[in-house]
Design a protein around this ligand. Sequence first.
Ligand code: SF4
Length: 212
Amino acid sequence: MLLRQKEIVEVDNLTFEYPVVEMFHSLQGEGFWTGTNAFFIRLAGCDVYCPWCDQKDTWSTKRHPFFPVSEIIEEADKTGAPLVIITGGEPLLHNLFPLTNALRKKGYRIHLETSGSRELTGVFDWITLSPKPYKKPLDSIYEYANELKIVVDKESDLLWAESEAKKVRKDCWKYLQPQWDNKGSRELVVKYILTHPHWRLSLQTHKFLNIK
Ligand code: SF4
């Protein structure tokens, strides 16, 4: 089922290009779809600048090659994965309609991982909203989130999590995810969920497994 979105712009330009950090076939490591076979497209560019970011090499678009939609689809087709996850960086720095229109025509299920700091473009089956206090989301994104994922580094992030949870739809799944490099955040998250059962735990299982 497609999400309600403001508009479906009919752009189908297989020559439209995106700066791509990497494309790979793996399992979704985090959140609701953990363990799912997926093709990942990691787009370059991010201006949120989280201090603990584990993808700092994505921040600049200048360091990464541009690929046309046609080549991205070719790479996805080689894997046989039914699901494509568009991530970053912050993918909404780019107009995602050409890419999602083309993927949809090929029958892929399409997920987006975003901080919500930019206007939503593209049409998705699932949106993971991972808002960051360093550059807050636009108000317009919350109604489209299927899953809210808050990275917890310190205690004040739990207050941030609760304020963000009030903005999403009632049926939006809510996850707290420890900040990988801060082992103390694991205990913080577990203790918090034990007394706040509207949250679930998200772990970066791909890092535990040492896979992409
Ligand atoms: S939004 Fe994501 S990619 Fe951007 S700085 Fe934060 S963690 Fe890194």
